[in-house]
Write a protein that binds this ligand. Structure first.
Ligand code: 5GP
Length: 174
């Protein structure tokens, strides 16, 4: 539809970033566009409907925040920021995961998720799935029931869905 076509036209492909051989999808143009950002939020809301009801949209730092927060407002849910490790004061839940080179870690404040809360996980891009699966792990350890995952764009050739087990995934673009 028109919203999806607009969003697609605003994602820029950048070859050899951040490393040679990698094709980076830059979503800054979606955020900056008059109408494009709202169109992206409407598209995310449409694919999120499959997972309703849920209490919170969790966004992965940093680009996930930019879409998860307005989606939460649009849907009338809470927003949960899943932070990169080292930013939050204790107590936190912590999950580390493999990157292509080395490891990274995510954290969420202990006590912010009420036991059994239904949480939708959102990020801008699904690549290998490492980030999203660490986010799921963390939210579950914090007591959440993860109802599913939503992405603005997934890169099917990297098969990130395989890392997400039985969790249901919806994306706006691939
Ligand atoms: P994964 O953990 O699935 O390999 O990578 C996904 C994470 O890295 C997401 O948090 C996403 O923001 C970032 N990422 C990976 N590739 C891209 C890309 O091509 N464009 C953007 N904007 N983010 C990417």
């Amino acid at each position: 539809d028109a919203d999806r076509a607009l969003v697609r036209s605003l994602v820029r492909e950048v070859a050899d970033f951040p490393a040679p051989g990698v094709m980076f999808r830059d979503v800054a143009g979606v955020l900056a566009d008059t109408g494009g950002f709202a169109a992206a939020v409407r598209c995310l809301a449409e694919v999120s409907a499959a997972f309703e009801p849920f209490d919170h949209v969790a966004g992965m730092e940093a680009r996930g925040f930019m879409f998860a927060a307005p989606l939460a407002v649009h849907l009338g849910t809470g927003f949960l920021p899943v932070r990169k490790a080292g930013k939050l004061p204790p107590p936190v839940h912590h999950a580390s995961y493999q990157l292509e080179y080395g490891t990274a870690a995510l954290e969420i404040r202990d006590g912010v998720v009420e036991p059994g809360a239904r949480v939708l996980v959102l990020d801008d891009i699904l690549a290998t799935g490492g980030t999203a699966s660490a986010g799921v792990d963390l939210l579950q350890r914090a007591g959440a029931e993860v109802v599913g995952l939503v992405f603005l764009m997934e890169l099917p050739e990297l098969d990130g869905r395989a890392r997400l087990g039985d969790h249901r995934v919806e994306s706006v673009l691939d």
